[in-house]
Design a protein. Structure first.
Length: 203
């Protein structure tokens, strides 16, 4: 990829990555979201869908032959080997699409949203890593409300991801996102100014 300041935005599930990304978007910063890319990869007639069927069988498809994303998520967060199988299908395609979108997106710098960046070789694509952090009890509460998960399943999802300590260990920058969105927005505004300065020195 061409030289351009790329910020990898990551954090635990329901930590507020989308909120933070939205605040950067208000500054007209190009966003590349790997969750959106992953959803498009499993749309009807996409190659990834055939590979998922071959690996996981018809049980992960609904009565209309559409991918049952909720059921698949339950499977992969209960079995590490299944999660690795799914990642081996999706991650190379996601990386290729990131490169394509990044080349055309422009901007003084780019935000690339990668939920599982700690475990991913996509770290190598980033110039800096920004971690969105929040208290685990708030994270759990948001997950239960947002995704209507049962509490046991929510705990399994959180436990299957990298720990808060592991995420913070790779961070160049941290945004604390508990319940005060005014504070979150101010942190984004401050980092935006810093990233513009870094981008100007990189060119």
């Amino acid at each position: 990829m061409n030289k351009l300041l790329r910020i990898g935005l990551t954090g635990g599930i329901a930590s507020g990555k989308s909120t933070v990304a939205g605040f950067f978007a208000e500054h007209n910063v190009p966003l590349i979201d790997t969750d959106i890319i992953a959803r498009k990869l499993v749309e009807p007639n996409k190659l990834a869908l055939d590979e998922i069927r071959s690996t996981f069988g018809n049980k992960v498809f609904d009565s209309q032959d559409r991918l049952d994303r909720r059921f698949l998520r339950k499977l992969v967060f209960s079995d590490v080997s299944m999660r690795r199988d799914l990642e081996s299908i999706l991650h190379p395609k996601i990386r290729a699409e990131i490169a394509t979108q990044s080349e055309s997106a422009g901007g003084p710098y780019q935000i690339i949203v990668v939920p599982l960046l700690v475990e991913s070789p996509m770290q190598k694509l980033m110039d800096r890593i920004l971690v969105v952090d929040c208290d685990e009890d708030i994270q759990l509460k948001r997950l239960l409300i947002r995704d209507s998960e049962e509490e046991n399943q929510a705990h399994r999802i959180m436990a299957a991801q990298s720990s808060q300590k592991e995420q913070l260990a790779i961070a160049d920058d941290i945004i604390y996102n508990n319940d005060d969105l005014t504070s979150t927005r101010k942190q984004v505004d401050d980092l935006h100014s810093e990233y513009l300065s870094l981008a100007s020195r990189a060119t």
